[in-house]
Design a protein around this ligand. Structure first.
Ligand code: MV4
Length: 590
């Protein structure tokens, strides 16, 4: 095993990798930018080196500096995490060529082959893996594209050779759109990937995104760890991922898993990787290979019990995979919720700021991968992820029930988060049924529903003053020995300063809070000590349930005392100005 591993990344994934290193007895080296001097990954590492200014291009993407630091630190391996340099074949090659330092990832040659989409399609086809009908050579001109449109039928997709994540993909719905689409796919390919080569596929309208986790060693062993369903995406950003997929049966699961194994074997692949497929009408089609550890690897770990990052390090160090394919079982269900500092009601725009409250849920079935603590700043220099909540259950229904509990008890203030969005999904019929496709969020989610979710479950305060509950404050009172959280709305005099923190995990206006029921059947009594400000009823009046009978000032607040049931007023033993004790009768009804 390695002695000292440099983790060329930040945030939760850097900490995740360092955790695996620690368990394997490797020392850890962090790199950080000026913006991350107080980063969680810096704290976690044994040693840490500044690699430059905040912009990633000048720090986390600075290949030379990172390799230089690895040498200076005496590291014997580099783990890239995900993002940044993780899928950069040139960087992998530079590490491979650096004496005494091992690249914790696939061979650079395999990364290069699979990074070019037509080459990847060719490799998969050769391995007998179904690919989306289309070309395995780049297309040259619009006439060729039109001929393919005829052949497959519209819609078709023009995709950039270097593409991924939806960039450089153009959907063409008719012959007339071909010229423009071809030109813009080329332009995007050139701009994003420095490669204006494009190819064509038949476009599937509403597929599921299913990806298979694979692990391969340098002794010819390839295993798959089942699939993940990442169909719930918004503008090509994954928000919720789960394992296993609610859309596959056991046969399809085996078939797709075996296809993924065959494919990566053919590519000469080692280490961890993900083979992405589109699934529609019970058929699966290869889409692309991700040659890195992924954000959502966690759900596969939870259902297989296999530590993928640990195996990344072990196979990179030359060890053989110590389990057979038949030893890999899927036990239970896991869902990952990406907790991002974004406002779901404002098009998921990032909302950097300070985590004034950060209290994640705990207890059975919950895993939290994060690198932040209460008081930390979520900056604007990198992605907006705060952390990942991973929930495990015996089956999908159990996992969803547990997820409700977990998200309800995830208290964050100071920034907007995706928590209200997740809570909305847990009440969403299509998601709960597992019927959502990759089109679902972009085409069917209503803006109103997102706004309502943020109003209901969003933070009380944010740095930009945009919190949903900022016009009311909350106090906790004990009435007759029972605890009540009382929301003081703007309409009431705000003499009770500040908001009480009950530690009870209530998160702003949820149904978990009792409202003070200030009446019994016949006698309406005072539920707290106070002064009668006014009396609204006389003997003989008819009152209905919910009518105000008097106003009681207590704790510097005016409280409307209401009748719980209707009836005729029998006696009114109080007048304005009286002071009453808890339990005193205010009004009796016949
Ligand atoms: C497709 C497709 C339908 N048919 N290719 C989007 C990201 C890029 N990696 C590939 N993508 C797609 N390729 C064909 N031939 C639909 C998508 C797609 C998608 C795929 C996975 C997850 C979410 C998606 C959302 C929209 C479109």
């Amino acid at each position: 095993m390695f002695d000292k591993v440099l983790v060329a990344n930040r945030g939760e994934i850097a900490v995740r990798v360092m955790a695996a290193c620690e368990e394997l007895g490797c020392e850890t080296v962090a790199v950080y930018s000026d913006a991350d001097r107080n980063g969680g990954h810096v704290d976690y590492a044994d040693v840490a080196y500044n690699v430059g200014p905040a912009p990633a291009s000048e720090s986390y993407l600075d290949q030379e500096t990172i390799i230089d630091v690895a040498e200076r630190a005496g590291a014997d391996a580099i783990h890239p995490g995900y993002g940044f340099l993780a899928e950069n074949a040139d960087f992998a090659r530079r590490v491979e060529e650096t004496p005494d330092i091992t690249w914790v990832g696939p061979p650079s040659d395999a990364m290069e082959t699979l990074g070019e989409k037509t080459k990847a399609r060719t490799v998969m086809q050769d391995a007998g893996v179904p690919v989306v009908p289309g070309t395995t050579e780049p297309v040259d001109d619009a006439d060729e594209v039109r001929a393919l449109g005829e052949e497959f039928g519209y819609p078709i997709a023009i995709k950039a050779e270097g593409g991924g994540g939806g960039r450089g993909m153009k959907i063409v719905r008719s012959e007339a759109e071909v010229d423009d689409a071809l030109e813009s796919a080329r332009r995007e390919g050139e701009a994003y990937f420095g490669n204006d080569s494009v190819y064509v596929e038949k476009y599937l309208e509403a597929p599921k995104h299913i990806e298979v986790q694979v692990l391969a060693d340098r002794h010819g062993n390839v295993r798959h760890l089942g699939e993940r369903d990442c169909s719930l995406q918004r503008r090509h950003q994954k928000v919720i991922e789960e394992a296993p997929s609610p859309a596959l049966d056991a046969d399809l699961r085996d078939e797709i898993g075996e296809a993924a194994r065959q494919g990566v074997r053919e590519a000469g692949y080692t280490n961890a990787g993900t083979v992405e497929f589109l699934v529609e009408d019970g058929e699966f089609y290869f889409m692309e290979v991700n040659t890195r550890i992924q954000v959502e690897h966690t759900v596969s770990e939870e259902v297989t019990g296999i530590d993928i990052v640990r195996w990344q390090l072990r196979v990179a160090a030359g060890e053989a995979l110590a389990f057979a394919q038949d030893d890999v079982g899927i036990d239970g269900h896991a869902i990952e919720y990406r907790i991002n500092a974004e406002n779901p009601a404002a098009d998921f725009t990032p909302t950097p700021g300070q985590l004034t409250t950060y209290r994640p849920p705990t207890s059975i079935g919950i895993r939290l991968d994060h690198a932040v603590a209460q008081g930390d700043e979520i900056g604007g220099d990198y992605d907006s992820m705060i952390g990942k909540l991973i929930v495990r259950g015996d089956d999908r229904d159990h996992c969803l029930e547990r997820s409700k509990r977990a998200l309800e008890h995830f208290d964050v203030d100071g920034v907007h988060t995706t928590i209200p969005f997740h809570r909305l999904m847990l009440d969403d019929g299509t998601f709960v049924a597992g019927d959502h496709t990759t089109k679902y969020l972009d085409h069917e989610l209503e803006a109103d529903a997102l706004e309502a979710a943020v109003d209901r479950w969003g933070p009380a305060e944010t740095a930009d003053g945009d919190g949903t509950g900022s016009t009311s404050s909350e106090v906790t009172v004990e009435v007759d020995g029972k605890r009540f959280d009382v929301v003081i709305e703007d309409a009431l005099p705000r003499t009770t300063a500040g908001s009480a923190d009950t530690g009870g995990g209530t998160s702003g206006g949820t149904a978990t809070t009792d409202t003070a029921e200030v009446a019994t059947a016949d006698a309406i009594t005072a539920e707290m000590q106070g002064t009668i400000l006014s009396v609204a009823v006389d003997e003989g009046d008819e009152v209905a349930a919910g009518d105000v009978v008097c106003v009681l000032e207590a704790m510097k607040m005016e409280n409307d005392v209401v009748a719980a049931t209707g009836g005729t007023v029998e006696t009114v033993p109080i007048t304005a100005g009286d002071s009453v004790d808890m339990g005193d009768t205010l009004v009796t009804l016949e």
